[in-house]
Design a protein around this ligand. Structure first.
Ligand code: PPE
Length: 317
């Protein structure tokens, strides 16, 4: 995750491509004071047949769901946003990248209400490497249980991927890094396992996979859904159930899922070694299946990949 953001050429703003440096908002935009944004994180992978965007439709659907929860009126359809995102990757000539669509309430009135402020839509992309460090995918990460809980039901809606939720994520992440861990696992308000600051979590025990249900204040992760489907294909049972904290310590395997984190093994929790202390066999099997689909080695059985057409050739004059 370390390293400065490396600019790409263009950012899409309300229907037009503008230069990276011109994608600005006014400091008194509604979003700055009141956190009124919803966003997505999407990955585009490089394959022999060109770049492919992973589960684009599902990400756009979740963003429009987030917007609906917060009464944003978005002046673009899902298809328009999908086309714009494909075009974004194409015009920036990316072979692989991370895509960040953002919808926010802009500049206009002050005050909490916000519904009379303009809704601004930005689509940006850049190169983003391994989220939890270079070795994380193979070696696993060391994590803690956070002293911060996820949001209580009916406070900040967890099903919405809203910018404001990430103030809670920041508390979890800052505490974890301050204490020498790579990530924190938050519990829900009842004390059951919820999720990482930016990842869903899975527990493997006795050949079965457990993951917290949506009611445990988790983001409905698209990688979470992917892993549930892939485990089904591999004949590994998955149960969505409340998970007590101590199950983390006695798990055979633990792993995070997320667009940025992909499938990252967890090798210790609160300095208690998980299983063998290295990536477990079920985690590895799921990773292999996941990456085989992403790099085109295995067929895209469910239409998860959206191809990006080749960019215009660079003309020498
Ligand atoms: N929970 C949270 C809180 C979360 O932020 C993410 C994604 C997930 C679960 C996994 O969801 P999905 O990506 O759909 O599988 N976190 C994004 C933001 C990371 C960031 O630091 O920014 C991501 O992984 O892109």
């Amino acid at each position: 995750m370390a390293g400065m953001l490396k600019p790409t050429e263009k950012i899409w703003h309300n229907g037009a491509f503008i230069p990276w440096d011109e994608a600005r908002v006014h400091v008194l935009s509604h979003v700055i004071s009141y956190g009124s944004s919803v966003f997505e994180g999407i990955r585009c992978y490089s394959t022999a047949r060109g770049p492919v965007i992973f589960r684009l439709r599902e990400h756009i659907r979740r963003m429009l769901d987030s917007a609906k929860i917060y009464r944003f009126e978005v002046p673009y359809t899902a298809d328009e946003l999908a086309d714009a995102i494909v075009e974004l990757v194409r015009v920036n000539r990316m072979s692989s990248c991370y895509i960040r669509p953002i919808i926010m309430r802009g500049y206009g009135e002050m005050g909490v209400y916000g519904c009379r402020n303009p809704v601004e839509v930005f689509l940006a992309c850049w190169e983003w490497g391994r989220y939890l460090g270079e070795e994380a995918l193979a070696e696993g990460v060391d994590v803690c249980v956070s002293s911060w809980n996820r949001m209580a039901p009916n406070t900040l809606p967890a099903l919405a991927k809203a910018g404001a939720n990430y103030m809670n994520s920041q508390l979890i992440k800052m505490e974890a890094l301050t204490n020498g861990y790579q990530e924190g696992i938050a519990l829900d308000p009842a004390g059951y396992v919820s999720e990482g600051s930016g990842e869903n979590i899975f527990v493997v025990r006795d050949g079965r996979i457990l993951t917290p249900p949506l009611g445990a204040s988790v983001l409905p992760g698209i990688t979470r859904d992917t892993v549930i489907q892939l485990a089904g294909d591999l004949g590994i049972p998955v149960i969505e159930t409340l998970i007590p904290r101590e199950m983390l310590y006695i798990a055979d395997e633990l792993f995070f899922t997320g667009t940025a984190a992909e499938i990252t093994p967890i090798r210790s929790v609160d300095r208690i070694v998980v299983g063998s202390g290295r990536r477990g066999p079920i985690t590895e099997k799921l990773q292999k299946e996941f990456f085989a689909i992403l790099d085109g080695a295995k067929p895209d059985r469910r239409g998860w990949l959206t191809p990006v057409p080749a960019p215009e050739p660079v003309r020498n004059s």
